[in-house]
Design a protein around this ligand. Structure first.
Ligand code: MG
Length: 302
């Protein structure tokens, strides 16, 4: 099957059809053998409200059985992602804390053993600043401006659990940040402006999430992390073809970094305002959209 034929079969599930989009100038080449699925978690692979993977898990298993490389790419911490994988009974590469680091299962990448730092049974590629460095800058800001940013690391677990609605063990995993810090206090506009400047001078930035703010290295994002991983994978697995799935603005860089960017719908069938061309907007919400698209992808790659 050629790329043109495979995208024609894939496009039945997507809007607009891939092969009709002039931005995809497909040539009649054989489909590369190695496919990569790189996916956001909350609202994409996991249900936005319940965080359940029930609708997407069977297709994830099929993708892995078909030999696809699947990469989770999220703002979640290594502790949260490892726990999620354990509950799903899988062990796959992941990008954590909004692109701050890449974790690879050691057993799957023996070629990289010598070159890459290890953390028990994972290979770890750090792309951003470490938590202690970020935290000391934030502490310095709080002292300078006599303000409380509500640093997550400073919150007692009981408070954090009631603030986030997480169980205490889940709150503990969310607080175990290695490369970023979450600010839980509501920030006034002038504080945001002061903080932005202060952080930029230290090579850091903050981004607004739905409710909280996350501080990471200035140069860190999900797309840069995936590009880094892709370059590495290409050296050991040859040509790759990658599909990326996300549901929101903070997935834009990730979607820009893949061959097939897919935005899954929200519960009501509408989409977050993500400006990217070409971008395939799936009609089904969250994990249902994920499953339908990956089903078509696996069919096209077969
Ligand atoms: Mg999301």
């Amino acid at each position: 099957m050629t790329l043109k034929e495979s995208t024609a079969s894939l496009s039945g599930n997507l809007t607009p059809p891939l092969h009709e989009n002039p931005a995809f100038a497909w040539k009649d080449q054989p489909v590369p053998r190695q496919g990569v699925i790189v996916t956001d978690l909350d609202g994409t692979f996991l249900d936005r409200t319940t965080y359940s993977p029930a609708a997407s898990l069977p297709m994830l298993r099929k993708a892995l059985a078909d030999g696809q490389i699947v990469v989770f790419c999220s703002s979640k911490t290594p502790s949260e992602q490892k726990h999620l994988q354990q509950t799903l009974g899988i062990k796959i590469p992941f990008i954590c804390e909004n692109g701050s680091a890449i974790y690879l299962p050691r057993e799957d990448f023996p070629e990289l053993e010598k070159e890459i730092e290890k953390d028990s049974d994972w290979l770890v590629i750090k792309l951003g600043a470490g938590f202690p460095e970020i935290d000391s800058v934030l502490e310095n800001f709080e002292e300078t401006y006599t303000t409380d940013l509500g640093r997550m690391s400073q919150k007692p677990i009981k408070n954090l659990a009631s603030l986030t609605g997480l169980s205490e063990p889940a709150a503990l995993r969310a607080r175990s940040r290695l490369f970023s810090e979450t600010l839980t206090a509501p920030l006034e506009e002038n504080t945001k402006a002061q903080l932005e400047t202060f952080l930029r001078l230290q090579g850091l930035k903050f981004e607004c999430g739905g409710r909280f703010h996350t501080v990471t290295s200035l140069e860190t994002d999900k797309g840069k992390a995936y590009k880094h991983l892709k370059a590495l994978l290409q050296t050991i697995r040859g040509d790759l073809l990658s599909i990326g799935l996300g549901d929101s603005e903070n997935d834009l860089r990730l979607l820009e970094s893949v061959d097939f960017p897919v935005l899954v719908a929200k519960e009501d069938g509408t989409h977050e305002p993500v400006e990217l061309e070409p971008l395939h907007r799936n009609k089904k919400p969250g994990p249902h959209g994920w499953s339908a698209t990956i089903g078509a992808w696996l069919h096209a790659m077969a």
